[in-house]
Design a protein around this ligand. Sequence first.
Ligand SMILES: CC(C)(COP(=O)(O)OP(=O)(O)OC[C@H]1O[C@@H](n2cnc3c(N)ncnc32)[C@H](O)[C@@H]1OP(=O)(O)O)[C@@H](O)C(=O)NCCC(=O)NCCS
Length: 296
Amino acid sequence: MAKPRLEARIRPARQGDFAACARLCLASLRDLSHRNLVRFFRHALTTDPDGFHVAIVRGRIVCYAITILRGKTHFLAQFFGKPGMQSRGIGRQVLARAFDAPRPPLGTVRCVVASLDLRAQALYTKFGMHPRTIMYFVEGKPTKSADGGVELRQLGPAGISTKRARDLAARFDRRLREARRDADQRYFVTVAKGSRFYEARAGAKTVGYVVVRGNGAIGPGGVHDPSLSAGLMSAAIAKAHENGMKTVSAWVPGLNGGALMAAFGAGLKVEFLTAWMAAKDIVRLESYLPSGGVLF
Ligand SMILES: CC(C)(COP(=O)(O)OP(=O)(O)OC[C@H]1O[C@@H](n2cnc3c(N)ncnc32)[C@H](O)[C@@H]1OP(=O)(O)O)[C@@H](O)C(=O)NCCC(=O)NCCS
């Protein structure tokens, strides 16, 4: 039901308003990220209940870890300790449980998009995951149009995940990401309003897929041939722009040089760095655009 409208008095801001505006801004950002986080927690717990564990000290949650098992990949999606309770041996215990409790089948590969936190880095290495590439988070207001090598054709309406789209994604995900993950593909298209799934085509052939989300985030996506990575990225950026996104963002593996150059060419900038760490080379990083840091 629509909320009743409120009348407000509008006046120019003054210096004395700064503290209140700062509080309001932080509360609003917190609320937004809180809602997005809760949606993600629900997705993780319903699709892989054994991978989500919390650590309790004196009745309060002080650390949690979420792993998600899809096919042969056992992805560490989130791992956080409460400030003041870090570096006291709790993280290691939660991490061990989150990786062991789902009883991953033999041959499963652990992986994570890792922060550069020293404790996290040390633990990931000790848990068998090693750095394989840097991940660049790029963002910006795109300035140029696509290079034309790859054409995108929308499959299904915005915000709806169709079987045809999931089948197409699976065809490429099996090779690029070593997993079929229908539940995640559904999540990518439904979680942000206005998200769309595209089939990527070149020379009248299907060469890959990409999701362009309603919040301007690009990914997941990929192409069978790395020489088409630049074309996919620039077509996705152009689509996001066409769909009305002012700001576009993506997580690009450092080894996906084509996508990175296309992002730079369109005016996007690196905002921060993380590392892709895995027990084995399972993802075709030069041809793949991950969905982000929590599902990859
Ligand atoms: C990452 C995090 C959850 C780990 O939890 P924690 O309770 O601090 O971790 P623990 O105390 O159990 O383990 C820390 C490990 O790092 C090791 N360590 C700490 N500093 C180190 C350093 N500079 N070099 C090498 N090892 C180091 C410790 O010896 C310990 O290993 P051990 O168990 O083999 O002795 C927590 O530190 C955190 O929230 N960090 C900030 C958020 C973050 O970056 N999260 C990761 C997102 S991918």
